[in-house]
Design a binder for this molecule. Structure first.
Ligand code: TYD
Length: 397
């Protein structure tokens, strides 16, 4: 197939999303790349064009902590409860972060893999068996030397961060028991297109998977998806249950249902992506006009949740410190730093409480429910939020 990889969206020059800037480096030149999104007509994968090595992105300075959100902690706790019912002898988690998932299990039953050593240390210190290494066939063999094959492998918001999917699935085949189950959770491409959440794309999110593309990539390695659960988390994610093809578990009815849904929406057709790109361009115009209007009227705007995702929005729309006074974020490692590219100061939560602001731009839109719940008083007192998804608008009570 000629020209099988087609670029359909250009989100401009972007810094690395999780590279929050320290005060002493504020005038230093940042590393930038062109964020272009493409569609592979042959294998249906949607990915970013210019990628970085895992070592460049996931190091000992990684700021993200799964446990900072109650929604995420509760979500993983609930899944752990369901998994316990399957009575797995050994559970392996790829991308175990600060232990938000594995902490729900007996220490002897889990193996964590987390290459960001600053985060990995958190679980290791608590006595969890965690490897501070990148997921690879070599690591899978190393683990196999010490442990038996595992019955259950879980990975949340991590597989889409790894460019070489062949190596990922080769490694899975090494360590997964013949009757074992591999569960992946990742943002859903269908939901991303429906909700215009173009900020699901940044340097760490190399892929945004659909069932169609992920299953194709798995089948090359004699693995297949046998059940899908649609989740609300992160603006709409899918939980894919995967098995070895040889394992004769029946395909669940959710497979046919989801496959039809994706095909009907047009995830196999380039036109769907070209249309999405048009909506994204309009979204930028609309968001900018909201910000400009607010500033024309001398309104004070702050940001809520200095997410990696919002780095894409801010840099694509050229929204900087002249529009947003500061961001607040509960993650200690982000506080007293600046947002990548747009250099907006990041403060702690208490700064917002003690301040009088007119508008709050919701960077952590994926935790809207949790945040609106927490900020009832702000809304009740006339406070307003600015959101960009599903389309830019102002929300008030
Ligand atoms: P998240 O959207 O999970 O990730 P990403 O960085 O991958 O886009 O990050 C949520 C961020 O929002 C995280 O830095 C913590 C912050 N946050 C708050 O500051 N307050 C809150 O109440 C919540 C829910 C999140």
């Amino acid at each position: 197939m000629k020209n099988k990889i087609i670029n359909f969206l250009d989100l401009g020059n972007q810094p690395l999303a999780n590279s929050y800037i320290k005060n002493k480096n504020i005038n230093k030149k940042e590393r930038k790349y062109r964020l272009i999104i493409c569609f592979n007509k042959r294998n249906k994968l949607v990915s970013i064009k210019n990628t970085f090595s895992s070592k460049d992105m996931f190091d000992d300075q990684y700021p993200y902590r799964s446990s900072t959100s109650k929604t995420m902690s509760f979500h993983l706790k609930k899944l752990a409860r369901d998994i316990k019912k399957l009575r797995p002898e050994k559970i392996l988690e790829i991308g175990s972060n600060d232990g938000c998932f594995i902490k729900n299990f007996d220490k002897k039953k889990t193996i964590g893999v987390e290459p960001c050593s600053n985060v990995e240390r958190i679980t290791n210190k608590k006595g969890y068996n965690t490897y501070s290494e990148y997921w690879s066939p070599k690591l899978a063999k190393k683990i196999l030397k010490k442990h038996k094959k595992v019955n259950l492998i879980f990975s949340s918001n991590t597989i889409s961060h790894i460019e070489n999917l062949d190596e990922v699935f080769k490694a899975i085949n090494i360590i997964l028991d013949e009757k074992g189950i591999f569960i992946i959770e990742d943002p859903s491409l269908l939901e991303c297109l429906k909700k215009n959440t173009y900020d699901q794309f940044y340097n760490e999110h190399i892929y945004v998977f659909s069932y169609l593309s992920l299953n194709k990539a798995l089948k090359k390695h004699n693995l297949e998806i046998f059940k899908i659960e649609e989740l609300k988390i992160h603006g709409g994610s899918n939980r894919y249950f995967i098995k070895k093809i040889k394992n004769n578990i029946k395909l669940h009815k959710s497979i046919k249902f989801h496959k039809n849904k994706e095909e009907k929406y047009g995830l196999k057709n380039l036109k769907t992506y070209v249309d999405f790109a048009k909506r994204v361009k309009n979204s930028k115009k609309k968001l900018l006009s909201i910000f400009r209007n607010c500033k024309k009227n001398n309104k004070k705007i702050v940001g809520y949740g200095a997410t990696a995702k919002s780095v894409t929005v801010l840099n694509y729309c050229n929204i900087n410190n002249s529009m947003i006074d500061y961001f607040i974020d509960t993650t200690l490692d982000k506080q007293n730093k600046y947002t990548p590219g747009t250099k907006i100061p990041i403060k702690g939560y208490s700064d917002l409480i003690n301040d009088k602001v007119d508008y709050v731009f919701l960077g952590a839109w994926n935790f809207k429910k949790e945040i609106f719940n927490k900020e009832k008083k702000y809304l009740k007192n006339g406070g307003k939020f600015i959101v960009h998804t599903p389309y830019p608008k102002i929300i008030s009570k």
